[in-house]
Every structure is written in C-alpha cells, then in structure tokens.
Design a binder for this molecule. Sequence first.
Ligand code: 0X9
Ligand code: ZN
Length: 303
Amino acid sequence: RLGTERFYSHGEINQYIEDLAQEHPRRVFVKTVGKSYERRLMKTVTITNGDGRRNKNVIFVDGGFHAREWISPAAVVYLIDELVNNLSENADLLLDYDWVILPVVNPDGYEYTQLSEDTRMWRKTRKPSSTDCIGTDPNRNFDFHWNEQGASQNPCADTYAGSKAFSEPEAQVVSDLIHSYAARGKMYLTLHSFGPYILYPWGWSSDLPDTVEDLHEVAQAGFDAILADTGTFYEIGSSTNVLYVAAGASDDYAFNAGFPISFTMELPPGGTGFDPPASAIDHMVKETFVGIAAMARKVVEKY
Ligand code: 0X9
Ligand code: ZN
C-alpha cells in the first residue's frame, strides 16, 4: 500500500500500479496507453474481482488533469488501494463492473509543480506554444464545443484551449480511452480541486441534459454519503450553473460520447486552496472515497 502521509511522484504512482498488477495477476491489469509530451508513460490500471468475466460495465476514473491539484492523484491512489486491498467491503462495486483508472493525466505538469515553490501553482501541460508561453489547459482541449465559452485563445492564459482540439497528446489519450470504453462505460469521473463540488454536464453552456434527474440522483448519493461521514457539504449541480461556463472539458466529452453519468468532482480546498498540506491527505482521500463508493453503488443499482 502507498500510505497517505505524503504526495507521490508520477513515477512512484506508475511503479505502485505495476507492483499491484504483479501481486494480483488475475485481478489487476496495467496497460501503457500513451505518452505525455515529455514522453512520460501514461498507464491505466484496470481493477476487477478476478472472476474472469469479460466485457463488464466500466467505471472510468482519472486524476491529475491540472498539475497543481495534487490531492486529485492522491485520492485516485487511495481509491485504487481500497478497490484492490479491501475487496470484501467493495465486492458489490466489482461484481458487474470493472474500474479503469488513469491516475495522472498531465504527468509533465504534475512533475513540474514538484520542482520548486516557484512552479507549485502550474496548471497546464508543458508543450511549448508558438509564443514564449508554455502549455495548454488539458481541460479545454477536448473536441466538443472546443474553444467556445470559458476557454482562451491566448497561449499565455491558464485556460488556453490549444492550437486545435486534441493538440495535447495527454487529452488525446483520455479521448481514446473514453471512446474505447463508451459502450460499456456507465460513469466517467474526473477528480479536480478545489470545491467542494460534484459537477455534471453541461459545462459548455447553461443548458441541462435531458437526463439531468439521473445525474442529480447519483450526485446526491455522493453528497449524502459524504455529509453523513464527515459533515462536509458538497455543492451539486451542472458545471456552468454551479461554477462557470468552460467548454472543451473532458466531462462533457465523455457524456456526449455515451457515458450516462459524468462528473467532475472538485475536492475541498486546503492550504491556500490548491495545496492542502500532507497532513490533510488522509482525511480528504478517505472522505472522497466514501463519496465515490456511494455514487458507484447508485450507478450499479441504476445501470
Ligand atoms: O475549470 C476547470 O477545468 C474545472 N475547475 S478547476 O478549478 N479544477 O480548473 C471545472 C471543469 C468543469 N467542467 C466543465 N466546465 N465542463
Ligand atoms: Zn482542475
């Protein structure tokens, strides 16, 4: 188990999932699904209950879209840990579902924020643009209402949408995963900070999807479970209505591609907002797991 006493590097997280697959060869599968701009290996871990049944429904979870949001990969690591090492408590979540998890979508940015205090608040990828500015917001780079409201065409802006949709290899990797699991995918969950919010589509406009009641019901299950567990009040609603309009993000893309449930979960703030201290990890990741498990249980019941 990776503990919750500190934040881990991208290399440590990759090593951790490789070790898990070695230890549980019938239950845990690691696949290299692509490379970041700086050629870091992007790996998914698929967690099953080991019954060998193929083509189960899928819950897809990712973290680390935004470099500085370190609590996101930490929560993903804890989720992996629970699903693998606490099968008895979570058996219902793996009976008819496999979990596919990409812990760090933006490893170049994540590693960059670990270099120094000066780089701690970096958000974007690390691919240079045509200007002196570096990086694209991977969560504005998806090809669904790309570069519309809430996205910038200025390469120096933190919400730069990129030179074109999927200009970033990291966003392309997530898109490929979304499409390869869309037929069986019932919930797409992307972890960010900071909220606390559970956000559902749409984020590209203030319109609500026809199935907003289903989305709200699953989000409500997460809200209720977290409130009962720790007393934290999440806010739930559509991205645009709760937070702001922002087009070209992965949640809208996955929902449009066929995932009936798609959420951005923004974990609570800590420190100055994006930088909770290591001492806060344990509480935050356990609380997050309670919410994810409750939402997954509702999904398992509904689909
Ligand atoms: O702006 C974002 O990408 C997310 N917030 S963050 O502070 N972590 O950067 C929110 C994205 C919500 N989803 C959509 N707008 N589609
Ligand atoms: Zn974010």
